[in-house]
Ligand binder design. Structure first.
Ligand code: SF4
Length: 236
């Protein structure tokens, strides 16, 4: 299995090569033995405990300067690696992005910033170049711009950001394991413990339900419905 997480490298600790397909396979087998492995269309395997944990974006709890010492944020602490298409799309939209951020973020006031280092987004001032500080916490300017301009989700916001904290693991036999940052997967992801991210375990709604739109993008309506239904049954 190969894993695709998002954002997928912690500056301090995350090692994207920390796990191998055999680690994830062993994880899936343990889930199956405990009756905690769901199944969906096209060989989809579902890490039910990870998808059933509560989750909601809680940027007021993870924004640098406002958070507990051990708290970490996807927009401040994780490397975001883009593919070629995403780099090209952001490059084309940069005049629009730079104009918007110049009015909202002091880092951009003097002119466009170096927004990437190779294929990775930069983090001037120890937060993502496209984040802005709002009273409620860090906000993604790309996400806001998509909504304002009527663009489809993902037209600007990179896939790793739309995925977090979901993890997509490709098995060698064509199956997929859908998992997430969770107390049982931290070693496999090679990241900080799930407890470092205040969004994980926060709120009353499951991760699957909170991220239903993303699941539809990834799996189609039928696949997303299968995940949500099994997660609801698992939480009962
Ligand atoms: S692009 Fe947006 S969601 Fe992704 S790390 Fe930057 S601010 Fe956060």
């Amino acid at each position: 299995m190969t894993e695709h997480s998002s954002p997928d490298a912690d500056t301090d600790t995350q090692d994207p090569d920390a796990s191998s397909w055999s680690d994830w396979t062993a994880h899936a087998l343990r889930l199956d033995a405990r009756g905690e492995l769901g199944r969906g269309p096209k060989g989809l395997l579902i890490d039910l405990p990870a998808l059933a944990q509560s989750w909601t974006c809680a940027s007021g709890l993870c924004t640098p300067g406002r958070r507990d010492a051990k708290a970490r944020s996807c927009c401040a602490d994780l490397d975001v690696v883009l593919d070629e298409e995403e780099l090209t799309r952001l490059d084309a939209a940069m005049p629009l992005i730079a104009a918007r951020l110049a009015a909202q973020d002091p880092r951009w006031a003097a002119g466009p910033l170096a927004w990437r280092d190779g294929d990775t987004l930069t983090r001037p001032g120890r937060r993502c170049v496209f984040s802005r500080l709002a009273p409620e916490g860090l906000r993604c300017a790309l996400h806001e711009l998509e909504a304002e301009e009527g663009l489809s989700p993902g037209a600007l916001k990179p896939a790793p950001c739309r995925m977090f904290p979901l993890i997509w693991v490709d098995a060698d036999d064509g199956r997929v394991l859908l998992s997430a940052v969770h107390r049982r997967t931290a070693r496999l992801v090679g990241t900080r413990p799930a407890s470092a991210f205040p969004c994980v375990g926060e709120g009353a709604v499951s991760l699957a339900e909170s991220m239903r739109e993303t699941l539809v993008e990834l799996l189609g309506a039928r696949g997303a419905a299968a995940v949500v239904r099994q997660v609801r049954e698992f939480r009962r």
